[in-house]
Design a protein around this ligand. Structure first.
Ligand code: PLP
Length: 385
């Protein structure tokens, strides 16, 4: 086959004149940091998820940080989470002085195994953080039941899950707390950004304080007509607010969400069709419970050649790839600090050695998917004519 001239990236945000106009309007309004647009994006998230509270933040990482801080998780505490997740979660647990306790994931779906979550819980457990991996939901019912028996909250890592639902209800609408990401690779983007949703009003209040220095009232209200510039701080906070410039992009992206996720689903279906029966790779398996998949990522596993060599061969075809994720329990600092090692989580490790993410973004053409499928067939020796 002919090698394409242009590079096909792993991802590209779907931004057009609507987002440009929204940012221009925000600039013209004279208020560019957190303000009415941020409040509007929070309102849209409450409507999307059904969660009573939504707190916009500068990233999902920032959101995870203030959630752990607000729950008072620290030295001597344990937090249960899959190893097959982004390091951001584990970093935040470690930075609080707590210990991540890792659970294995299913090889086929890459979702945390609920039975393992139950086994990982100890009297020191203070929270469970499942991940809605690649846009399919984690099996929340048994995970929530196990956490409930231990009396600890579930913090859904919904970084991949804007538009995902589990048993008919959106991710984040099931219970305690959920954290979303608006990084440019995600289903909606604000450049960088994130959202925390939660059911508890007191927790939401704490999150709002921790997100902005510990100051009670929003700056746009203090500096607006009729506001007063005074403030007091009872507990110091961070600087993790989302700006109106970013939120203006987010509001437009939310309007486009169904269209964008619909396109992602169509492209994923085309990949599944195009790669069915191709030897040397395992395709993503569907979770067994009712769900809506937001197709954040399309992850395959290469079984007949070295994964890194395969990534290199795809690069030769001008195809970008991703690696979501190297297992967290095998990261150097995690091994050193928490004594984890190879062999601890066999399924996650088996998957971790083989996974790669193929290009998937709403602006992709059907022909791009066909090109990637044809390249894979050509690269993997099993499929030689
Ligand atoms: C599973 C998961 N959790 C958390 C994050 C952190 O998101 P952010 O980049 O918004 O901090 C990511 C980002 O890639 C992620 O994939």
């Amino acid at each position: 086959m002919d090698i394409r001239k242009d590079f096909l990236p792993l991802s590209r945000p779907w931004l057009d004149d609507e987002e440009i106009d929204a940012v221009a309007a925000s600039i013209r309004s004279g208020w560019i940091t957190s303000g009415p647009k941020t409040a509007e994006l929070e309102e849209r998230f409450r409507a999307l998820t059904g969660a009573p509270h939504a707190v916009a933040v500068s990233s999902a990482t920032a959101g995870l940080h203030i959630v752990l801080a607000a729950l008072g998780i620290g030295e001597g505490d344990e937090v249960v989470t899959p190893s097959m997740t982004f390091a951001s979660t584990v970093n935040q647990i470690a930075l609080r002085g707590a210990r991540p306790v890792f659970v294995d994931s299913d090889y086929g779906t890459l979702q945390a195994l609920p039975g393992e979550v139950e086994r990982a819980i100890t009297p020191r457990t203070r929270a469970v953080i499942p991940v809605h991996f690649a846009g399919a939901p984690a099996d929340l019912d048994p995970i929530r039941a196990a956490a409930g028996r231990a009396g600890v909250p579930v913090i859904e890592d919904a970084a991949h899950a804007v538009g995902t639902s589990y048993k008919g209800k959106p991710a984040g609408g099931h219970g305690d707390i959920a954290v979303y990401s608006f990084h440019p690779i995600k289903n909606i983007t604000t450049g960088e950004g994130g959202m925390v949703t939660c059911s508890d009003g007191e927790l939401a209040k704490k999150l709002r304080l921790l997100r902005f220095h510990g100051i009670e009232r929003d700056a746009w209200k203090r500096y607006g007509k009729g506001g007063t510039p005074h403030y007091d701080i009872r507990e110091p906070g961070y600087k993790y607010n989302l700006t109106d410039l970013q939120a203006a992009i987010g509001v437009v992206q939310m309007r486009k969400l169904e269209r964008m996720n619909g396109r992602r689903a169509a492209l994923a279906a085309r990949y599944l069709d195009g790669l069915r029966g191709v030897g040397g790779i395992d395709l993503p398996e569907s979770v067994a419970y009712p769900h809506e998949h937001s197709w954040h990522l399309f992850i395959v596993k290469v079984t007949s050649m070295d994964r890194d060599a395969f990534l290199g061969r795809l690069a030769d075809y001008n195809i970008g790839t991703g690696l979501h994720f190297p297992p967290c329990h095998l990261l150097s600092y995690v091994r050193e600090r928490f004594g984890t090692k190879e062999g601890d989580l066999p399924e996650c490790e088996r998957a971790g050695a083989r996974i790669l993410s193929l290009p998937l973004f709403p602006g992709m053409a059907d022909a791009d998917v066909d090109y990637v499928c044809a390249a894979i067939r050509e690269i993997l020796p099993e499929n030689a004519a």
